[in-house]
Design a protein around this ligand. Sequence first.
Ligand code: SF4
Ligand code: SF4
Length: 282
Amino acid sequence: MGSKNKKVEITPRRRFFTNIAHNIGLGAMGTLLWAGYVNKAKSSPLTLRPPAAIEEKDFLKTCIKCGLCAEACYNRPQNIDKEGNRKPGTLKMAKAEDSVTIGTPFFVPRDVPCYMCEDIPCVPVCPTGALDVNKVTNPKSGELDIRMMDMGVAIVDVHSCIAYWGLQCDACYRACPLLDEAIKLVYNRNDRTGKHAFLEPEVNPDVCTGCGLCEKACVTEKPAIFVLPRDVALGKAGDHYVKGWDKKDQQRAGNRANEDVTTHTERSSKKAVDYLNKGVEY
Ligand code: SF4
Ligand code: SF4
């Protein structure tokens, strides 16, 4: 009993060591919080940015996290429901719990897709050029053109898309604002039944803007069509390949097709299999 009520005397020496322990604790806590922040501050390669966003690494340096784009998106007149209430906007400013650089704008199509507003209100308000109005301006007419938006590209998971199972579903096709251009339904014979046709959605990445209306509309539990940033979703063949059947691509070759091109590498006398299996041990 006596020891319970014993008053602890705080000597200057004890106070000194208590303060050190206290400061070390605070320091460790600060380090942990900072490490968490830095982790969150790293850019995620799967982040979908607002329309006309410049390349991700430049975007992160240029965006001042002012939120004007998200505000313009939220306040657009179309963003009001039948009862007159404002709906959540497409663009969100990343919080600590989002896997996106804190304070930067992004969107998640399954929550709220981009409605591809004709006047693209989110872009011209950007004060820094992180959203570059030129990227969505038609160079000939000088007018904003929603078809030039490039938030990402929709990808179909053919294993979970029920249309690829042979069930009738055209939810994504109908939801697409660029109907029959960005998504087409391709007819294929269903050999399993021998009577029915598959109506398979196929995305044209040259037309798709990545608005995500298809992802929002998809009827499967986890969307079978979803938007990814273009550089994540698409491969790259290399600029030295030119499609002979594509007039636009042909222009890249310019007049080179008319040039007399000589190959200087000597033709190999070996068989093709010798070359292909070179260095392979069995
Ligand atoms: S274009 Fe998309 S992101 Fe921009 S204001 Fe409209 S809905 Fe929002
Ligand atoms: S308006 Fe521009 S600078 Fe401001 S948060 Fe949006 S992208 Fe960043």
